[in-house]
Design a protein around this ligand. Structure first.
Ligand code: PGA
Length: 231
């Protein structure tokens, strides 16, 4: 079973959500499809045949935190997964490894699966090992890591159309498997599309993919689900 996670980012509206639901709801697969729309569109996914996730959450469950969204509320809306530590949040919203770890702990406590994103940026390409070790430092020996998913997303490949070579993905995901003592699924994200999804999913340590742009092209995403069902 592979994970195909659709990260809409800050895209989509009510009409798009309705179209997406209608087309994707009826696609059958043995793999796990997880759709992560913006918060206000979660209500459009009641009775969805696949799984629901969110793109972020607060590390707290309630209180005076204006503008934050409680993971408890996300659970009420049917979210079984939450993406945390996406590079866009690390970079633009200054999320630290500490805050990401706090979110992870809250999610695990609530029985929601954290999808923890890690990855090096363009300047750090040659030091990817060191970067990943720093980002994963707190997680490595955590007894709850089996309840998470680790997503390797090289920052330079997100939305750029550039991906690492298959051999590079193999190397990094193997490293992640070893670092996390083979305790949790490890997935790849960054410019995954209809042309490369099968090759990427066939790499042994790759348990799934995190898809941004291509998952917003509904027909393409539907084909991606179908073609990955043979793997
Ligand atoms: P992309 O985004 O597929 O558009 O590169 C992936 C992500 O940011 O999760």
């Amino acid at each position: 079973m592979k994970f195909l996670i659709s990260n809409w980012k800050m895209n989509g509206d009510v009409e798009f959500a309705e179209n997406f639901f209608e087309k994707i709801n009826s696609v059958k697969t043995k793999n796990r499809i997880i759709v992560c729309p913006p918060f206000p569109l979660l209500y459009k996914f009641q009775n969805f045949a696949h799984s629901l996730g969110s793109q972020n959450c607060s590390a707290k469950t309630n209180g005076a935190f204006t503008g934050e969204v409680s993971p408890l509320l996300l659970k009420d809306f049917g979210c079984e997964y939450v993406i945390i530590g996406h590079s866009e949040r690390r970079r633009m919203f200054k999320e630290s490894d500490e805050i990401i770890f706090a979110k992870y702990n809250t999610l695990v406590e609530l029985g929601i699966t954290p999808i923890v994103c890690v990855g090096e940026n363009e300047d750090e390409k040659s030091e990817w090992r060191e970067v990943l070790l720093i980002q994963l430092h707190k997680f490595m020996n955590d007894g709850n890591l089996s309840k998470a998913i680790i997503a390797y997303e090289p920052v330079w490949s997100i939305g750029s159309g550039k991906t690492p070579t298959m051999d590079e993905i193999y190397k990094v995901l193997n490293f992640l498997k070893e670092t996390t003592h083979f305790s949790c699924p490890t997935i790849y994200g960054g410019s995954v599309n209809i042309n490369n999804i099968e090759d990427i999913l066939k790499i042994p340590p790759v348990d799934g993919v995190l898809i941004g742009g291509a998952s917003l092209r509904i027909a393409e995403f539907s084909k991606m689900i179908q073609s990955s069902s043979q793997i």
